[in-house]
Ligand binder design. Structure first.
Ligand SMILES: Cc1cc2nc3c(=O)[nH]c(=O)nc-3n(C[C@H](O)[C@H](O)[C@H](O)COP(=O)(O)O)c2cc1C
Length: 399
C-alpha cells in the first residue's frame, strides 16, 4: 500500500517541462495529491492553466504573492508535502540549491524544507558534464538530496548523451521504493550518537572511582535508533552486558575519553547522553599505587568536563536534538528542569534513583521533560523506554 499522500512538484524551465504534465497524471493515478510550483522560466514552456487543470490544485509561482504569503506560503508548501520532487530540474536550480540561494519561490521552499528532496535533472549533455554542474551535484549528494537520472539518449537540441529526463515510470518507481523503505526506517536520513554506561576514573594504577550505571538504557536506545534506520554510534564506558548489534561501538574508560570520542563524531543530528559520567577525577598523578600506612587518606578530586553541557551549548555543529538524562535523588522535576536549561538540552529524561533501584534494573520510570512540557511515563522496560523515545524523535523530525 502506498503511504505517500502529498508531493510538491517543482517544475523548472527546461525543454522537458512538458513531461511533467504526464508525471502529474501518473502520480495522481497512485492516489497522490500533487501540488505544483512552476518557476517563471517553467511557465515559458508550459502554462499554469494546464498544470492546475491536471493537478486539480492551485499552481504556485510567486514568492511575493500576497494571498499565499499571508499564510507564509513558502513554509506551508513544504510542511504539507511528504516529499519534494523537482522535475525537470534545470542546471540553474541545481546550482541555486548547492549554493543555498533563494531568489524565487521554488528555491526559497527548497531552503526552508526538511522533507526528502528528489531531483530529476534534464539538460543539454555539456551542461550536465560541465565541472560546475558536477561540483554542485556532488555537494547536493553530500547534503542528502537524491537524484533520479539523467538518462542517456537523443536530445531536443539534436545532440546525444547524458542529460535526458528519466522516464515517468522510473521516477515514480524510484520515489515509491525509497519512501517505502523510509517508512520502515523513518530515521534513515539521520545520524545519532548515544553515550552509555559509567565512566571510570583511576585514582592509582589499580583503583578507580565509578558508579553503578549498567549501560542497559543507553544500549537499548542505541539499538532502537539503529532499527529505525539512524546511523548510530554508541560510545560506551565499561559495562558487563552484551553490546548491541548494529550500532558502531566506541569503547572508552574515562570522562575525558568519552568527551573526545563524542566531539570527534560531530556533526550528528541526534545526541543522547545516557552515560553516567563521573563528575570528578583524581587531581594527582596515577602512576604510583597508593600505599596503606595505617592513617586516613584524602583524595583530592577535580571536576570532569560536562559532556552534555559541552554538546548542548555548542555554537557550531550542535546536534539538532540534544537529549540528556537526569538521575536525581530529590526534587526530580525541579532539578531536571534546571538541568535542561543549564546544559542547553532539548529534552531531559529524568528518573528518581533515590531507592537505588534504577541502576542495573530492567525497568525504568521516566519523567519526559521538554522546554514546554513534562510527561510522566508509566514504569516500563528499558527497551520500551527506548522505543517510546525513538517515536518522539521520529515525530520531532517528521511532523
Ligand atoms: C528553449 C530553451 C530551452 C532550455 N532548456 C533547458 C534545459 O533543458 N535544461 C536546463 O537546465 N536549462 C534549460 N534552459 C535554460 C533555463 O531555462 C534557464 O537557465 C532558466 O534560468 C532556468 O530557470 P529556472 O531554473 O528558475 O526554471 C533552456 C532555455 C531555453 C530558452
Amino acid at each position: 500500500m502506498n503511504k505517500l499522500k502529498n508531493i510538491l512538484l517543482i517544475i523548472t524551465g527546461g525543454i522537458a517541462a512538458y513531461k511533467s504534465l504526464e508525471l502529474i497524471r501518473r502520480l495522481k493515478d497512485q492516489n497522490i495529491n500533487v501540488t505544483c510550483i512552476l518557476t517563471k522560466s517553467g511557465s515559458e514552456f508550459i502554462t499554469p492553466l494546464s498544470v492546475s487543470s491536471l493537478s486539480g490544485n492551485h499552481v504556485y509561482s510567486d514568492l511575493f504573492n500576497l494571498t499565499d504569503e499571508n499564510k507564509m506560503g513558502h513554509i506551508e508548501l513544504s510542511r504539507a508535502a511528504d516529499l519534494i520532487l523537482i522535475a525537470p530540474a534545470t542546471t540553474n536550480i541545481i546550482s541555486k540549491m548547492a549554493y543555498g540561494s533563494c531568489d524565487d519561490l521554488a528555491s526559497t521552499v527548497l531552503m526552508a524544507t526538511n522533507k526528502p528532496v528528489y531531483i530529476v535533472p534534464a539538460m543539454n549533455v555539456r551542461m550536465w558534464h560541465n565541472p560546475a554542474t558536477q561540483r554542485n551535484i556532488q555537494t547536493l549528494v553530500e547534503d542528502g538530496v537524491k537524484f533520479i537520472g539523467p538518462d542517456k539518449g537523443d536530445m531536443a537540441c539534436g545532440e546525444y548523451g547524458l542529460g535526458r529526463m528519466s522516464e515517468t515510470q522510473e521516477i515514480i518507481d524510484t520515489i515509491l521504493e525509497h519512501e517505502t523503505s523510509l517508512l520502515k526506517q523513518p530515521l534513515k536520513m539521520f545520524s545519532a550518537l548515544v553515550t552509555a554506561g559509567p565512566t571510570r576514573e583511576l585514582i592509582d594504577p589499580v583503583r578507580y572511582i565509578s558508579n553503578k550505571s549498567s549501560g542497559k538504557q543507553g544500549y537499548a536506545i542505541a539499538e532502537s535508533l539503529h532499527h529505525m534506520g539512524a546511523r548510530t554510534t554508541l560510545i560506551t564506558g565499561p559495562t558487563n552486558i552484551p553490546l548491541p548489534i548494529g550500532p558502531t561501538i566506541i569503547k572508552v574508560n574515562t570522562a575525558e575519553e568519552m568527551l573526545n570520542a563524542t566531539e570527534a563524531l560531530l556533526p550528528v543530528d541526534i545526541a543522547i547522553c545516557a552515560a553516567a559520567v563521573s563528575d570528578y577525577k583524581a587531581n594527582h598523578g596515577i602512576n604510583e599505587k597508593i600505599k596503606k600506612n595505617g592513617e586516613n587518606i584524602t583524595i583530592d578530586l577535580t571536576e570532569n568536563p560536562d559532556i552534555l553541557k559541552r554538546i548542548g551549548k555548542r555554537n557550531s555543529s550542535r546536534p539538532s536534538l540534544v537529549i540528556g538524562f537526569a538521575a536525581e535523588t530529590s526534587d526530580l522535576l525541579k532539578n531536571a528542569n534546571y538541568k535542561l536549561t543549564a546544559k542547553g538540552c532539548d529534552w531531559i529524561l529524568a528518573n528518581d534513583v533515590s531507592d537505588g533501584k534504577i541502576f542495573g534494573d530492567d525497568n525504568n520510570k521516566i519523567e519526559f521533560i521538554t522546554k514546554h512540557s513534562s510527561h510522566s511515563w508509566e514504569k516500563m522496560s528499558k527497551e520500551k523506554v527506548a522505543e517510546k523515545l525513538s517515536k518522539n524523535i521520529i515525530n520531532y523530525f517528521t511532523s
